[in-house]
Design a protein around this ligand. Structure first.
Ligand SMILES: Cc1cc2nc3c(=O)[nH]c(=O)nc-3n(C[C@H](O)[C@H](O)[C@H](O)COP(=O)(O)OP(=O)(O)OC[C@H]3O[C@@H](n4cnc5c(N)ncnc54)[C@H](O)[C@@H]3O)c2cc1C
Length: 360
């Protein structure tokens, strides 16, 4: 075992980050016969893709949707034999004002036309990982310092291990890389400033999922969509499994980061709000899961704690091209040539990185 581990500590291409972009890049390298290793800091793969499991169903705590105009997502879902289904949007939406008064809004379905994956987005990650040899993937392996040499890059891990690679692809948000990785020699200030300036999409968000036996609100002609001025959930949607074997509602938490710290108080307030919106039965879900991405050190930095109100303009900044003679490259959704920030962007970024690495 020790010698196998030793042998795995050198590679042509080291992918740092096992989210959608890192895994997609790994699949492309695998298909092209390129020697690679993928490391992830967490003890799981998927990054911002994460599901809560309850009674055999998976509920998205990160991304839930993709959209019909996203060819790479459609292709991947098809190739991995996954089933997509339309976001539930039938029925009336609800609007709660800042005094907690609730009104019905007929014919309003803000996420109509969005698609979900049966089994949750984690099913995508599981199927992708299953196509890759296990010995190529090291979880629980956080990169801490990257040192450039003439022959390649040496990457130090948090537990003291080293991986020597000819080239490194950072499939992590640039802002997170700037805040959490050491670079020797230091990267140019222009590069570091640009990295720190790229907001990590949705990193300041928190999501709550309430799980029930059935999607009972549908019987009352409600879609599960709601907007609230009062909170703590600002925007809610139906998150039930495709086969209706259970019911679920999810909401984005509209409170500032500091006001989300008291978990018990937050849960109580969410239950009360669900009751105001969907009736007494909604107040007592079988399970209530909360994921605060802003508090996750492998997603968000201090700069991500303030909410974003618009989708940033993403893309590969010129300052991040040709770093360390091309031995250091970015490959996460925030540098995608198109659909930056989204799942489709993660796949687009991996595609662009693979073109570099797989070039003859
Ligand atoms: C709440 C929420 C809702 C969202 N909703 C949607 C949606 O509906 N549709 C959509 O298209 N997009 C959505 N997104 C965005 C989507 O999640 C991202 O576009 C996508 O998951 C990014 O993938 P990635 O691989 O580029 O980055 P990440 O998923 O962030 O992966 C980066 C990986 O790097 C690892 N890592 C970090 N630091 C280190 C280190 N030092 N060493 C080793 N590994 C490290 C992390 O553990 C992580 O696994 C949402 C995001 C959130 C948080």
């Amino acid at each position: 075992m020790a010698s196998a581990l030793q042998a795995a500590m050198q590679t042509d291409l080291l992918i740092v980050g096992g989210g959608l972009s890192g895994l997609s890049l790994a699949m492309r390298l695998q298909a092209a016969g390129v020697d690679y290793l993928l490391i992830d800091a967490r003890d799981r793969l998927g990054g911002r893709i994460k599901c809560a499991q309850h009674d055999g169903n998976a509920y998205d705590l990160g991304p839930a949707w993709f959209w019909p105009g996203q060819p790479r997502m459609l292709d991947l879902i098809q190739r991995l034999d996954l089933i997509a289904f339309a976001q539930q949007a039938q029925g009336d939406a609800l609007y709660e004002d800042d005094g907690g008064r609730v009104q019905r809004a007929r014919g309003f379905a803000s996420m109509q036309g969005s698609w979900r994956i049966d089994g949750g987005m984690a099913a995508l990650i599981d199927r992708m990982a299953a196509t890759l040899p296990v010995e190529r993937i090291l979880t629980g392996s956080a990169a801490t310092t990257l040192t450039d040499g003439t022959q390649g890059v040496s990457v130090m891990l948090a537990d003291g291990r080293n991986i020597d690679a000819r080239r490194v692809a950072l499939a992590i948000p640039p802002r997170l890389a700037a805040a959490s990785l050491g670079f020797a020699p230091a990267l140019p200030d222009t590069a570091l400033n640009v990295m720190a300036d790229v907001p990590t999409w949705m990193a300041g968000q928190a999501k709550a999922v309430a799980i029930y036996d059935t999607p009972f609100w549908r019987d009352a002609g409600l879609s599960g969509d709601a907007m609230s001025q009062r909170g703590p959930l600002a925007e809610l949607h139906d998150a039930s499994p495709a086969d209706h074997s259970a019911g679920a509602l999810f909401g984005f938490i509209g409170l500032p980061v500091a006001a989300r710290v008291n978990q018990h108080a937050l849960e109580q307030a969410i239950r009360a709000q669900l009751g105001r919106l969907f009736g007494p039965a909604a107040q007592a879900p079988d399970a209530l899961h909360i994921k605060d991405w802003a508090a996750d050190p492998f997603c968000a930095t201090d700069a991500d704690q303030a909410p974003l109100f618009a989708h940033p303009r993403y893309g590969k900044p010129a300052a991040l091209s040709d770093l360390w003679g091309g031995r250091l490259l970015f490959a996460g959704t925030e540098v995608a040539p198109e659909f930056g920030g989204y799942l489709e962007g993660a796949l687009a970024a991996a595609e662009a990185a693979a073109l570099t690495f797989c070039a003859p």
